[in-house]
Ligand binder design. Structure first.
Ligand SMILES: [Zn+2]
Length: 287
């Protein structure tokens, strides 16, 4: 059964480790992440972007696929199914479809609009026992090109959003989505420290986890980050694994063209990457 992310994140924040959010794209992704989490006895959050949901034929299909797989694979660790960077409309759809967690991303709206819509979703999700992530300010991203510095959130605005009754808070601390530019200045621990001081027990979320040096990730966890989103890194190792399979000529040997074989290297690579991240985040054995 899918669970809200609330309990797992409160525990993570108080025991100073982070729960990984791994974004899913298809059956192989879900399977690899669930198996890795079970093997590590780690709680896990499966992230779904609106684009990935469209690709996977809708939120309902995803809920059914994840639940079916958990049953079939005997997954006993806590699993939250979470909408990543959702619009207000997508949040509504996910709540109806049976997601156990959502992120409403009002970071590009005026603060008062972000506050108003987040507040509405707090009411709805509280009644249903669904966890809610909100975001303050802008986090930067690939589309920003060659900037060396990700954007930082205003700690006072963070407190305003955190006080609305949300479960977890995403705030920019110099992190960037996608691949980091060569001239990236690193995370702003000063900003993170101020945000944590303002928001107290609130589990903080670090987006754009791909390419942040391990020691920076660990330091962020000591400063209150309790959820870390990983997406691009799994995509990169999946592509690499699949390339290797084909370059070794495996698809041309016997029945190597069978998709179950063709995708096996990439799938295994995702599983290994998730295990590596769980160890880094310290969530191993915390289920
Ligand atoms: Zn993100």
């Amino acid at each position: 059964m899918l669970v809200s992310a609330e309990k797992m994140l409160k525990k993570a924040k108080s025991e100073h480790y982070a729960v990984g959010q791994f974004n899913i794209n298809n059956l192989e992704w879900i399977k690899a992440i669930l198996l890795a989490s079970q093997e590590m006895k780690a709680p896990v959050i499966l992230g779904v972007s609106e684009g990935a949901a469209k690709y996977m034929c809708g939120y309902k299909t995803i809920v059914d696929m994840v639940e079916g797989m958990m049953e079939e694979l005997n997954i006993s660790v806590p699993v939250a199914l979470h909408l990543d960077h959702g619009s207000y409309e997508a949040c509504q759809k996910c709540i109806d479809a049976g997601f156990s967690s959502i992120m409403y991303d009002g970071s590009h709206e005026a603060l008062e609009d972000n506050i108003r819509k987040t507040k509405e979703l707090v009411e709805i999700t509280k009644k249903k026992g669904i966890s809610l992530e909100a975001e303050v300010g802008s986090i930067g991203g690939e589309e920003d090109g060659v900037i060396g510095r990700g954007e930082c959130a205003d700690p006072t605005e963070c407190k305003q959003i955190a006080d609305l009754g949300i479960t977890m808070l995403a705030a920019g601390i110099g992190n960037i989505h996608g691949k980091y530019p060569e001239n990236w200045e690193g995370l702003s621990f000063d900003t993170l420290d101020q945000i944590q001081k303002q928001t107290g027990d609130m589990p903080l979320v670090l987006h754009g986890g791909t390419g942040i040096p391990d020691e920076m990730v660990q330091k962020a966890i000591t400063l209150g980050v309790a959820k870390i989103n990983v997406n691009t890194e799994c995509q990169l190792v999946f592509a690499e694994g699949t390339r290797e399979y084909i370059e070794e000529g495996k698809d041309l040997e016997g029945k190597g063209f069978d998709p179950r074989k063709l995708l096996s290297y990439g799938t295994e690579a995702i599983k290994e990457k998730v295990i590596e991240k769980i160890k880094l985040f310290g969530s191993q054995g915390k289920a």
